[in-house]
Design a binder for this molecule. Structure first.
Ligand SMILES: Cc1ncc(COP(=O)(O)O)c(C=O)c1O
Length: 346
């Protein structure tokens, strides 16, 4: 147990602390039966009613699955909303800062920019781990309110060393957001187990990857009660549509399907890695704990463009990691096509 709990309210923007949140009609009356004449809905139709603003059915299912309580869950319109709301809750535009470790997921930078918050980007080491010695001086900068750790990291695919994350949680006095969008594909444990130990920890996950619901836009944040209350305070009242809640509930009811697809993606990842290793123009394959692999080739720009000309779209990461391309694991047929086309590029 962390000895000293962080005073979360000292990290929150003062206008957010004082904010009187919107009270939706559906959150004031939670019963199921009644004549609903409160929310200016149309009485006719099947999608005519506003959805549950706090997604209680979905949260209960997630709570059972993850071993947390529903009060420790926030559901976002994708985990991109979890990221954006963190800036809005904790960072005063033009004043506060956030920090992350590059190369990493691009939305931390974009969200920081939208919110007019400076994002410090410390380079990861050669093996894509956090350089704690380089980070330590930043622990003293009280303007840094948020630290984003992406694990498994996008685009490099590796988990961040658990001991380094623990060290940050023990020493950083701001909010630590561990982005676990790809955790289902990883060998390591999720940080959700630590939300009761560290009241400044937010673990973000998503239905977009292993659960196969990228189109539905459902992301999750797991954190202590205080942080979740702040998220509920600033979120739009009905941020998760009825359709999206239904899609996520159905996915959770169909756990076997999730597991079967996950296992297939993992076995395909291994197969693709093994085949790519034998292709001469592939110089290196970085080990992956995600549903994509980062490969180094002789000339990433040329290979990326040639694949696009053949209607195969990968992600050129040459600007982030020299001569590297990120390849998502597709269906076995898609992977075969990718491999064959790659082999045939001159
Ligand atoms: C690391 C990481 N976090 C978050 C997201 C966004 O996920 P969502 O679809 O839940 O908004 C992505 C999407 O690619 C990602 O790579």
């Amino acid at each position: 147990m962390k000895l000293e709990m962080i005073e979360i309210k000292n990290l929150v923007r003062s206008n957010i602390l004082e904010l009187q949140p919107y009270s939706s009609a559906r959150s004031e009356f939670t019963g199921k039966e009644g004549i609903f004449l409160d929310a200016n809905e149309n009485p006719f139709g099947t999608m005519n009613r506003y959805p549950d603003p706090y997604q209680s059915e979905l949260k209960q299912k997630l709570a059972d699955l993850k071993g947390v309580t529903p009060q420790n869950i926030f559901i976002g319109n994708g985990s991109d909303e979890v990221i954006d709301l963190a800036f809005r809750i904790f960072c005063d535009p033009g004043k506060d800062k956030a920090l992350t470790f590059s190369p990493t997921y691009g939305m931390y930078d974009v969200s920081a920019g939208i919110n007019n918050v400076e994002l410090i980007q410390l380079p990861l080491s050669a093996d894509f781990q956090i350089d704690l010695e380089a980070l330590k001086p930043y622990f003293d900068d009280s303007k840094i309110k948020l630290m984003f750790i992406c694990s498994p990291n996008n685009p490099t695919g590796n988990l961040i060393d658990q001991k380094a994350i623990d060290f940050i949680l023990e020493n950083f006095k701001g909010i630590v957001i561990v982005d676990e969008a790809y955790i289902d594909f990883a060998e390591g444990d999720s940080l959700t187990k630590k939300i009761n130990q560290y009241n400044n920890l937010i673990v973000s996950q998503t239905f977009s990857k292993a659960w196969g619901l990228a189109a539905a836009r459902v992301g999750t944040a797991y954190a202590g009660d205080e942080i979740i209350s702040l998220y509920n305070k600033v979120k739009p009242p009905y941020n998760i549509s009825q359709l999206n809640q239904k899609a996520a509930n159905e996915a959770l009811n169909n756990f076997n399907n999730y597991e079967a697809n996950l296992n297939l993606i993992l076995s395909e990842r291994k197969r693709v890695e093994n085949v790519l290793l034998k292709i001469e123009k592939v110089k290196k394959i970085y080990p992956s704990d995600a549903n994509f692999i980062l490969i180094e080739v002789e000339n990433a720009d040329q290979i990326y463009t040639t694949l696009v000309e053949q209607n195969i779209i990968t992600r050129n990461r040459n600007k982030q990691v020299k001569n590297c391309i990120r390849i998502s694991i597709g269906t076995p047929e898609e992977n075969d096509t990718l491999i064959n086309r790659l082999k045939n590029i001159q």
